[in-house]
Design a protein around this ligand. Structure first.
Ligand SMILES: [Zn+2]
Length: 569
């Protein structure tokens, strides 16, 4: 099918010579060498993929990959031009004006110090060479997990693609500075949790290379949705990948993006297959919404409207984007934000200008579509881990600790089902959702266990001596399950006090009676559940104190003989 020529044979010779000679700064995995392949048509992308050959980059018909000698030989024999590729070296001059890893860390620290009320810096792991992986949170109440949509903006998973990192640092600067003065930005910060990860590959950034310190491509290291491998390499081997997966599995970002460089396009799932992803309408609309606000991207000569399905461009197995969407249901897109991976720093303000409105749009979108909180119908407590699925879309999302869920949906009418083990599932039909606004749908699920939270105490009466004293501890429990019941304890007489006056199950309190110098007297202690949906509330304890020494009661049982607590059975 391809021309078999002398030049191809010569290419193989040149290649094998270089394979043993290339051992520069970049450590490539054993047996793999970087090459450039000239394709004859775009369909070659799929012919190569069928041979287990996946690309790192594609510019027009010039492809970059790392191949074994056997793969390079196979391609050359099939008539492809395969040339050894020297690893690009970033010059000192190119570094000027960009944040190094250390400068990036200092920048985050300085913003955090200046705006502590709306920021938080979190390390979610360390790299092969021991650098911390930073996630920077911008939101009101940064230490509390609230019912707010999470959006995750990341960059620099390829160490030599650095424009996105600078865009995100500029975004951090803009969001924090404008908080309180710009109404739109203040609203975004107050109603969303904006997580920014400016550099997913600090070791690659520091050495000016695509790969991590083990020479692995981190955007090929994630589990592929079909369960297969990336051309035979086992996914999830790199520590950066493992830490990123652990952190974002627990976060449930409604919307995320990761910046790359080397092209100008917004790329949506899937990367591993040309099939439409279950949320195709949303994936394309989110990417298109971004591209439309980035004029050079939207006017792309290569990509219609500046967007593409990932695999329609070229097949990538093991991308962060595919893993995140597949594993969490949160939509993730890949934004290639600069044709040049490391342009002169003087051009960065222009890139910021091209991307600023698109970034703010993306933050806005994270809080639109449908969202709400799921609670336990009996206790009103938030329920995490509830699966929220939409009829007709095979990807579900999950509620977080505050019981909240957030999902962007194309405008339409939907049927949503909320499910959690131990609870009766609930389906809400004909829910009208608009792509450009928020529909709030709060749902209460009924526990499928037959027990109802029930307030119980282990005493019914107390007879303190005339001299007064303190009772032994009275326990307060939920005899109808393990959920927590909040309660208050009160006395109707000032001579009888209780401590503590409130608590939650399992808890306890004591009663203290003052000395009695008069006639026998009685009081009532009441324990009341403040959690809703609890039966058996209130509970009471009758307290009767004997008369003082001057006044025996009629039954003659007063005096110092008392202080007995009748335990409930
Ligand atoms: Zn990249």
């Amino acid at each position: 099918m391809k021309r078999q020529s002398l030049s191809a044979a010569l290419t193989i010779i040149a290649l094998s010579l270089t394979l043993s000679a290339t051992a520069g700064a970049v450590r490539h995995p054993a047996g793999l060498s970087p090459v450039t392949i000239t394709l004859t048509s775009h369909d070659d992308v799929y012919r190569l993929a069928q041979q287990g050959i996946y690309l790192e980059e594609l510019r027009g018909l010039e492809a970059e990959a790392r191949l074994t000698k056997a793969q390079a030989g196979l391609l050359a024999a099939a008539g492809y031009e395969v040339r050894p590729r020297a690893d690009a070296e970033i010059t000192r001059a190119q570094l000027t004006g960009y944040h190094s890893y250390t400068q990036l860390t200092s920048f985050l620290d300085s913003v955090r110090a200046k705006y502590p009320a709306i920021t938080k810096k979190v390390s979610f792991g360390t790299t092969v060479e021991g650098r911390a992986l930073w996630a920077f949170l911008i939101t009101d109440n940064p230490d509390a997990s609230e019912n707010e949509a999470e959006v995750r903006l990341a960059a620099n998973i390829h160490g030599d693609e650095v424009v996105g990192k600078e865009l995100l640092l500029a975004l951090i600067d803009t969001l924090t500075r404008s908080y309180g003065s710009n109404a739109t930005i203040t609203d975004y910060v107050n109603t969303r949790e904006i997580w920014i990860v400016p550099c997913l590959n600090p070791d690659g950034l520091e050495s000016g290379q695509r790969y991590n310190a083990n020479g692995e491509d981190l955007n090929r290291d994630y589990p592929v949705p079909d369960g297969g491998s990336n051309g035979g390499s086992v996914p999830g081997t790199e520590t950066e990948t493992q830490q990123t997966m652990a952190f974002w599995s627990a976060k449930h970002a409604a919307l995320s993006l990761v910046y790359h460089g080397g092209a100008l396009v917004a790329n949506y799932p899937w990367d591993y297959t040309t099939a439409n992803c279950p949320d195709y309408a949303v994936a394309r609309a989110a990417a298109l919404g971004y591209a439309r606000l980035n004029t050079p991207m939207y006017n792309s000569a290569e990509f219609d409207d500046g967007v593409t399905n990932g695999a329609a461009w070229y097949v990538v197995r093991g991308s962060l984007q595919d893993w995140l969407y597949n594993a969490t249901g949160g939509m993730d897109i890949t934004v290639e934000c600069s044709n040049t991976k490391w342009p002169s720093a003087g051009t960065l303000p222009g890139y910021w200008n091209d991307n600023k409105a698109a970034l703010l749009y993306y933050i806005r979108k994270a809080g639109e579509g449908i969202g709400g909180a799921v609670t336990d119908s009996a206790t009103g407590q938030p329920l995490s881990g509830v699966t929220v699925s939409v009829a007709g879309i095979s990807k579900a999302v999950t509620t977080d600790t505050p019981g909240d869920y957030h999902r962007l949906l194309a405008s339409g009418s939907y049927s949503l089902t909320f499910a959690k083990t131990g609870y009766a599932s609930k389906t809400v039909s004909n829910v009208r959702v608009n792509f450009d606004s928020l529909t709030t749908l709060n749902v209460a699920l009924k526990s499928s266990s037959t027990t109802t939270p029930t307030l119980a105490i282990n005493a019914t009466s107390w007879a303190p001596a005339a001299a007064g004293g303190t009772s032994s501890a009275i326990s307060v429990t939920n005899s109808g399950g393990s959920s927590v019941i909040a309660y208050t304890v009160s006395s109707n007489q000032t001579w009888l006090t209780v401590s503590a006056a409130s608590g939650s199950t399992p808890g306890s309190f004591t009663m203290t009676a003052a000395a009695n110098s008069g006639a026998a007297r009685s009081a009532m202690v009441t324990v009341t559940a403040t959690t809703s949906g609890v039966t058996g509330s209130p509970k009471t304890i009758s307290v009767s104190q004997a008369a003082g020494t001057s006044g025996q009661n009629d039954a003659g049982t007063g005096g110092d003989a008392g202080n007995t607590l009748a335990l409930a059975t």
